[in-house]
Design a binder for this molecule. Structure first.
Ligand SMILES: C[S@@+](CC[C@H](N)C(=O)[O-])C[C@H]1O[C@@H](n2cnc3c(N)ncnc32)[C@H](O)[C@@H]1O
Length: 289
């Protein structure tokens, strides 16, 4: 449990964002069905939203070469979808999920009980950049669309390195920028994309790879999988076009708050960033020597 007074202002904004938008993720994203707060991975065999969301777990598990008996840290575990998927699909796996959002941790525990996987998974309220867990405890650190929420990515990467055993893997799926020499208009697009989703900043692919090496990781594989998340990116964009006018009306009527309204606007700008070539979605696997 984190003392409330020890939570940074930024992390409080992230907690608030997920608390306030929980019903939108339920109604518009379907998290009660698939338990995933991410874009999924669409391919020939996984063309539908729910199937793609589950498929992302398989893709990351294969990328990180997770095998029976591994200990995995799910850093920023949402409502527990990936941890539960791992428990149901890989023998003798032990997954610890951490999340700064207390409401989501309570839901993750509830889902784990319902799916009868409590003996393989545990969820705690903790900051993934400062877990307080033992050195070299995990075979894999898994961060699915969670690293982007931390303001200092280097602190998280250093912590992941510390927590991994030698030979351990860090697997990350997230959004990145293709370059940092942004013009005024491009900077505004990225700012509007990030602001409504409580994302403090987005790294370029180059800077991210540099930071991984600064943390000590040696083998770094990065795959641009933007086309595999494009259907989700488009779905969020279309949703923002349809619901933003209604969201504004409800905001003016006092029925939705600013966080909920800005969240919809970000859905528009994330797509513009991708369409204009500024944003990419990557899956990365880095190994501790
Ligand atoms: C977009 S959601 C992804 C959740 C989950 N990985 C999934 O794919 O379903 C981002 C998650 O990261 C969590 N998070 C953000 N910053 C965090 C931090 N510093 N420590 C732990 N969890 C964090 C959020 O509360 C949220 O659950």
């Amino acid at each position: 449990m984190i003392e409330r007074s020890n939570i940074s202002r930024h992390n409080q904004q992230v907690i608030e964002y997920f608390d306030q938008t929980h019903n939108d993720y339920r109604r518009l994203w379907g998290i009660d069905r698939h338990l995933g707060l991410h874009c999924g991975f669409f391919d020939e065999s996984h063309r539908r939203h729910d199937a793609a969301v589950m498929n992302m777990n398989r893709v990351l598990a294969e990328t990180a070469r997770i095998s029976p008996g591994d200990r995995v840290l799910d850093a920023g575990c949402g409502v527990g979808g990936s941890a539960i998927w791992l428990a149901e699909n890989i023998n003798n796996i032990r997954v610890t999920g951490v999340n700064i959002n207390q409401m989501q941790v309570a839901l993750a525990n509830k889902h784990a009980r319902r799916r009868d996987v409590q003996s393989s998974v545990q969820f705690h309220v903790a900051d993934f950049a400062q877990t307080g867990m033992a050195d070299q405890f995990f075979d894999v650190v898994w961060a699915l669309e969670s690293m982007c929420y931390t303001d200092d990515k280097q602190v998280f990467l250093d912590e992941a390195y510390r927590l991994l055993k030698p030979g351990g893997r860090l697997v990350i799926a997230d959004g990145f920028l293709t370059r940092d020499d942004l013009g005024h208009k491009e900077r505004k697009i990225v700012e509007r994309w990030c602001r409504g989703w409580a994302i403090p900043n987005v790294l370029t692919v180059r800077r991210f790879q540099q930071q991984l090496r600064e943390a000590g990781f040696r083998t770094v594989e990065f795959r641009d999988v933007t086309r595999h998340v494009t259907p989700s990116s488009r779905r969020i964009y279309v949703g923002s076009l349809l619901f933003y006018p209604l969201g504004l009306l409800l905001y003016w009527a006092g029925l939705r708050n600013e966080i909920q309204t800005q969240g919809i606007a970000s859905g528009y700008y994330q797509y513009v960033a991708r369409k204009t070539g500024l944003g990419v979605y990557g899956i990365c696997c880095a190994r501790k020597a």
